[in-house]
Ligand binder design. Structure first.
Ligand code: GRF
Length: 214
């Protein structure tokens, strides 16, 4: 079992979480120590339970503010001492105090940021008439999908694409990119210097595989 510990926040289907379970956790590259969801019915929680990963449903209380809710989330996370937090389809904006108190937090988004931030990015790309879109893994800051980019991969938009078909193809790209980035963190190859992200080369001079998607 790897010593590098990561936690995942997810609100929905959890296909990105599944990729991390299969390609990172089960392969012993890093240990997934907690999956937390704000949505009791999230399939992500079921995926965690099936993999024997601790799964916590923590819905916000009625009229509970973002700050108070994330103080509770922060306590649960702090107890498992993660080295990295991954937002994998987590549908809430994090307050700055939470980000400051936590280890690095990364997010995966289905567009080439800064294009099409926020909700329904594949639909935004279609409506705009974009011919190429893609996915981004980035560090989380206090903005909506504004943090420093770690990894991006591009994908052509096909004439017959619907928002759903495009999103499904983007998700396959997201899974691979997210797995590469979490592995790079686990291997100590990611250096964060302000807004600049440096990815170390292998000792034999080869570029680390994470660099292929930059
Ligand atoms: C992904 O497209 C992710 O980029 C976005 O929400 C979606 C979550 O998908 N933030 P899943 O729950 O991982 O299947």
């Amino acid at each position: 079992m790897s010593k590098f510990r990561f936690a995942v926040l997810a609100s929905g289907e959890g296909s990105n979480l599944q990729a991390l379970i299969d390609e990172v956790h089960r392969r012993g590259v890093a240990s997934l120590v907690l999956v937390l969801s704000d949505n009791e019915g999230a399939m992500a929680l079921e995926r965690a339970r099936l993999a024997s990963v601790p799964a916590v449903a923590l819905p916000p209380l009625p009229r509970e503010g973002r700050k108070s809710y994330h103080q509770r989330v922060g306590k649960v996370l702090a107890a498992v001492e993660p080295d990295l937090i991954v937002l994998a389809g987590y549908m809430r904006l994090l307050p700055p105090e939470f980000i400051a108190a936590m280890p690095p937090i990364i997010n995966v988004h289905p567009s080439l940021l800064p294009a099409f931030p926020g909700l329904h990015a594949p639909l935004q790309a279609l409506d705009y008439g974009a011919k190429i879109t893609g996915c981004t893994v980035h560090l989380v800051d206090k903005g909506m999908d504004t943090g420093p980019v770690i990894c991006q991969e591009a994908l052509p938009v096909l004439p017959a694409d619907t928002a759903d078909s495009l999103h499904q193809r983007l998700k396959s790209l997201e899974h691979a990119a997210l797995v590469r980035v979490v592995k790079a963190f686990a291997l100590g190859k990611v250096k964060i210097i302000g807004r600049k992200i440096e990815l170390e080369e292998d000792t034999d001079g080869n570029q680390d595989s994470v660099n292929q998607c930059i």
